[in-house]
Ligand binder design. Structure first.
Ligand code: FES
Length: 117
């Protein structure tokens, strides 16, 4: 059963980067997106790097043409070790949706951010 744990204050979460918080025995990245707060385990499913400490960015859409389409700015975190890109909302690895970074439900009460672990 998941329990609610205090992670950080809302004002501690920067735009465009994660607030790294300790939740129980876990290290979690808390992100602020335009539609709310999200939390991801700070362990990359590839080789275990601190994925949430990588850059928050967008991604390049695959196209049939030679055009370069950059989209989803601010919705993706890119692991600093090997560049794998993960959807901050779902944890999905963009290249293979069967691979996911672990994510957690988040709730906000006043200026307190809680992660449900
Ligand atoms: S450890 Fe994250 S991409 Fe390799």
């Amino acid at each position: 059963m998941r329990e609610k744990h205090f992670a950080c204050k809302t004002f501690e979460v920067p735009l465009g980067a994660a607030k790294i918080a300790r939740v129980k025995s876990l290290t979690v990245g808390v992100f602020k997106l335009p539609d709310g707060y999200y939390a991801m385990l700070n362990v990359c499913p590839h080789k275990g790097a601190a994925v949430c400490e990588g850059p928050v960015c967008g991604t390049t859409r695959q196209t049939d043409d030679r055009e370069f389409v950059y989209e989803r700015a601010g919705e993706i975190v890119r692991c600093a070790w090997h560049g794998w890109e993960f959807d901050i909302r779902t944890g999905e690895f963009l290249v293979d949706k069967k691979i996911r970074a672990r994510t957690f439900a988040v709730s906000v009460e006043g200026d307190n951010v809680f992660v449900h672990v």
